[in-house]
Design a binder for this molecule. Structure first.
Ligand SMILES: Cc1ncc(COP(=O)(O)O)c(C=O)c1O
Length: 419
């Protein structure tokens, strides 16, 4: 990309000054952009008895969860850690749903302690575990069954979750047996359906197809005398990462839900993650050096795959811009890479950028979702800092990790334990 698109997202803040002050690599998020997305989704869902359960995995920073909590949205969590993050940020326990194929007994107990809204059950073994734990406590656990509708979400294979061969959810046939055998699980109030067919969905057709299957199932369960109080349609709404991609419109999405679930009198839940936060964030990085290799010209950044894994993991595209005025700069094709010792540590291949020099600031765009939440310390690289911007001011919402913090958990093998 030749123009600097960061100016649109952060019109009142000088990113050069910010980078000098806080260092790089640095995640920078716009609070107004996140709130705009949240409010526009809420507005699109207007008229439906619908609740938003933000998928914490997309970006679990406490300050972002607080923003979301203040707007009254809930959370979709997949671990005990995410549960505690959500609660600490002030998200009401009854607005938390717990998904995931491998909830441990300890996590189930933690969720019951908190009084979460619902478990989204992904297997018979999990249903039995929750029954066992809830019975020991003399409590009732509310639950939905996650249906795997066997629909091709037409997204990257690694983030497609609603095909029969995927590990998620159960078939409608299996779910039906759970409802029919309800008496075996007296401590589980099984009265909901859940689905999530995949992430970064740009086409609503698979969503419509999955919703139609869910609607048919809900109706057949009700005709058989079962109560369905909640239908959770999952997350997955895609965003525009590159030119030519068209993100689905929130109103079209809401309309698809409206049409499919027409006549449903229970509560509808949606679990967006990426759609709410991806485009609200960038990863700021400095150019360490330019290198003319034997076959390619490389731009080596101080950010790497450990900071933003998506390009390495999914060959995902992120627009990359040189921050500042580029009007007089010639355009060059670069492989944009990080310093990590893997060829996969590549943000972009043969990307046209204004000529860059050591010390220049670049921004990896649309990095607000599945960026920091997937970051690691590979190559002993401390985790980047995160800041939240509100017009011309900013707050550090995660301090840059120190090497001491990375090493703090390690110790020499001085004490050998016998079992
Ligand atoms: C159960 C569930 N709900 C919601 C989401 C959020 O997906 P997205 O960020 O694509 O909206 C995920 C993502 O993997 C998920 O597994």
């Amino acid at each position: 990309m030749l123009n600097d698109a960061t100016a649109e997202l952060f019109p009142a803040l000088d990113l050069h000054k910010l980078a000098s002050q806080e260092g790089t690599p640095l995640y920078v998020y716009s609070a107004p952009a996140i709130l705009n997305k949240l409010r526009s989704l809420r507005e699109a869902l207007n008229g439906l008895d619908a609740g938003i359960r933000y998928a914490v995995k997309a970006n679990g920073n406490g300050a972002i969860l607080q923003l979301i909590a203040k707007e009254g949205a809930g959370a979709d969590i997949v671990s005990g850690g995410e549960l505690q993050r959500a609660l600490r940020a002030g998200i009401a326990a009854e607005n938390i749903v717990f998904s995931g194929v491998g909830k441990t007994d300890a996590e189930i107990s933690l969720a019951l302690d908190a009084g979460i809204g619902r478990f989204n059950l992904e297997s018979r073994a999990e249903l039995e575990a929750i029954q066992r734990i809830a019975a020991t406590r003399g409590e009732m656990a509310r639950a939905s069954v996650r249906i795997n509708p066997d629909v091709d979400a037409k997204t990257h294979a690694k983030i497609s979750t609603g095909k029969a061969e995927n590990k998620f959810g159960v078939s409608m046939d299996e779910a039906r047996t759970w409802f029919e055998g309800k008496d075996q699980w007296p401590n589980v109030q099984l009265d909901g359906l859940h689905m999530h067919i995949g992430s970064q969905l740009l086409d609503l057709a698979p969503v419509r197809e999955a919703l139609a299957r869910m609607a048919g199932f809900w109706k057949s369960l009700e005709s058989a005398g079962h109560t369905i109080a909640s239908i959770d349609v999952g997350g997955g709404l895609g965003v525009r990462y590159r030119d030519g991609e068209q993100a689905p419109d929130a109103h079209d999405y809401a309309q698809a839900i409206r049409e499919a679930l027409h006549g449903f009198t229970g509560r509808i839940l949606v679990e967006p993650g990426r759609w709410l936060v991806a485009e609200s964030g960038v990863l700021l990085s400095r150019v360490i050096l330019e290198k003319q290799g034997q076959a390619r010209r490389f731009l080596v950044l101080d950010a790497a795959m450990n900071d933003l894994l998506r390009p390495s993991l999914y060959e995902a595209w992120h627009d990359i811009v040189r921050v500042g005025s580029n009007a007089t700069r010639e355009a060059l094709a670069y492989d944009v890479v990080g310093p990590v010792c893997e060829t996969g540590d590549t943000f972009a291949v043969q990307r046209t950028l204004p000529r860059c020099e050591a010390g220049d600031l670049v921004a990896v765009m649309s990095a607000g979702a599945y960026g920091m939440s997937m970051a690691s310390t590979y190559n002993s690289r401390p985790l980047p800092a995160e800041v939240l911007v509100d017009d011309e001011r900013y707050a550090v919402i995660r301090r840059r990790q120190t090497l001491d913090a990375i090493l703090a958990e390690e110790q020499p093998a001085n004490h050998w334990n016998a079992l």
